[in-house]
Design a protein around this ligand. Structure first.
Ligand code: URA
Length: 238
């Protein structure tokens, strides 16, 4: 059980400043169970709360955990410079809630991007100690060879990295297609590893994180969905 004043509730869900949230409440825009609540000081139970605002039912969430199917030409950085940021693909409330990507994908990489406003979750997921496998589908400029796979599995030395980095698994999926599983999340890691092994990555897609696959989420490129506790549990290392 946890009660919050209605203005704090609206603000926590990303509906703007406290002042603006109060004005929405006083204007009679918020209903709960069909009853208008126009007192912003009213203490409301948040467990299981659903309120109605702008003709939409809103489920109260202390934190949000989402997966975005990132398209090409969107940047994960907070201050995007050459392309729109991934937050532009999400409802504006998420920007107010300070939802952030968990790790980064390059602007030209597509696929699964986790996002959340839970700092502890972001920190835990990004921790190098966690060893969460990330599954990538890489298209290579030159044909895939057994020697390339052997080199990626044995480990390649990257500039700025003290020790060689190895793929956890590496499976040929086509003449120019590789499925690469990495436990680390170093800057441009797949592209740099392929370059260090004498090939070139011409396209990259992240198809899964841990046991959670993008295909299982059933979302189209550019779309997002909330993750259930069961789906979040699949992100743990096997
Ligand atoms: N490795 C890369 O090179 N780029 C990404 O976006 C992700 C992993």
């Amino acid at each position: 059980m946890s009660k919050l004043s209605l203005d704090r509730i609206l603000q926590s869900q990303g509906y703007g400043t406290r002042k603006y949230c109060r004005s929405l409440i006083e204007d009679g825009e918020v209903t709960i169970d069909g009853v208008v609540h126009d007192n912003f000081k009213a203490a409301i139970e948040t467990d299981g709360l659903v309120f109605r605002l702008f003709d939409e039912d809103v489920v109260y969430r202390e934190h949000v955990y989402i997966a975005l199917f990132k398209p090409q030409n969107y940047e994960c950085s907070r201050k995007p410079s050459h392309h729109p940021g991934v937050l532009t693909l999400l409802p504006e409330e998420f920007t107010w809630r300070e939802v952030q990507p968990v790790g980064r994908l390059d602007h030209d990489t597509t696929g699964m991007l986790l996002m959340s406003d839970d700092g502890a979750f972001i920190h835990a997921q990004s921790s190098p100690k966690r060893h969460v496998p990330k599954i990538y589908q890489a298209t290579t400029a030159a044909p895939v060879t057994e020697a390339l796979i052997a080199e990626l599995l044995a480990g390649v030395k990257l500039h700025d990295e003290p020790a060689p980095l190895a793929a956890q698994t590496c499976i040929q999926r086509g003449d120019h297609q590789l499925e690469i599983v990495l436990e680390q999340g170093k800057y441009h890691q797949v592209k740099r590893m392929l370059a260090a092994a004498g090939n070139h990555c011409s396209a990259l897609h992240r198809s899964a994180i841990g046991g959670l696959t993008l295909a299982s989420l059933g979302i189209e490129e550019g779309d997002w969905c909330y993750l259930t506790p069961e789906q979040l549990a699949l992100l743990a290392p096997a």
